[in-house]
Design a protein around this ligand. Structure first.
Ligand code: HEC
Length: 232
């Protein structure tokens, strides 16, 4: 009796396994909807009754630029002439408006590090192991305008490129016009007219630990004094 039962249940188990693929296949096939493929959508450059101009493709926003575009090799976009040399002069026609724009842009994008007075003493300056320099440095006074454009656009040393933040190249040139305007004048009180270079950061120098009033200490890698290797 027991043997028969076992045999019977054994057969049914085999059957289940044998036919199990049928519901499985049905399940899989019935899930294969073409809804995503057949959904209402426009083909590229297709027609549309919805838009007034009858075209499905929408015109690009003015000023749209393709990501990773090839940079045209113009002075305005690179700061370099056809020989790849930095241009000495700003390609913009400088007037009070340009300088005012440059001042605003400098205040937004450069002052946090280079200071509102362009003396390199911005609020974030001390977070850098290589401090941002003063714009009154002789080396930067005499650097070609194209070099300053290149520093803003591609960064330099620890300074990150500012081409995405100061996206409009005209504003980058306006910042340079403003810096030149500052440099041509007597610096305001408390700003050195002939500052010295920031010491070059040496990662191997012994760090200095300073006690803070609140009982904690700050450790700072000691910069190494010397002439920086950076030259325009
Ligand atoms: C987040 C901080 C920060 C901001 C913001 C910043 N800089 Fe700098 N900048 C630095 C630091 C740090 C250096 C020194 C980099 C080095 O030598 O490693 C530097 C260096 C420079 C130099 C000197 C390059 C050289 O030859 O030594 C120029 C010029 C300059 N910055 C211009 C600008 C201008 C213009 C802006 C605004 C568009 C700007 N920076 C925004 C941190 C900053």
């Amino acid at each position: 009796m027991q043997g028969i039962r076992l045999r019977a249940s054994g057969i049914s188990a085999v059957r289940i396994i044998k036919w199990a693929w049928i519901p499985l296949i049905i399940g899989v096939l019935s899930a294969c909807h073409l809804d995503m493929y057949d959904q209402p959508r426009y083909e590229p450059y297709g027609q549309s009754d919805f838009f007034a101009d009858g075209a499905a493709a929408r015109p690009l926003e003015p000023g749209t630029i393709p990501f990773n575009r090839e940079v045209e090799n113009t002075i305005l976009l690179t700061g370099k002439d056809e020989n790849g040399e930095f241009v000495q002069e700003n390609p913009l026609e400088i007037n009070d408006n340009v300088i005012a724009t440059g001042k605003t842009q400098f205040g937004i994008y450069c002052a946090p590090c280079h200071g509102n007075l362009a003396d390199g003493k911005g609020v974030a300056a001390n977070y850098f192991q290589q401090r941002p320099p003063s714009m009154y440095l002789e080396r930067l006074r005499t650097a070609p305008d194209g070099y300053l454009f290149d520093v803003i656009t591609n960064g330099k040393g620890l300074m990150y490129p500012y081409n995405t933040q100061v996206h409009d190249v005209n504003n980058r040139w306006a910042i340079i016009a403003y810096i030149r305007d500052l440099q041509s004048q007597e610096p305001p009180e408390g700003v050195e007219a002939n500052p010295t270079e920031q010491p070059t950061f040496d990662p191997n120098a012994t760090p200095t630990t300073t006690a803070q009033p609140n009982g904690t200490t700050t450790t700072e890698a000691a910069p190494q004094a010397g002439t920086p290797t950076t030259t325009p």
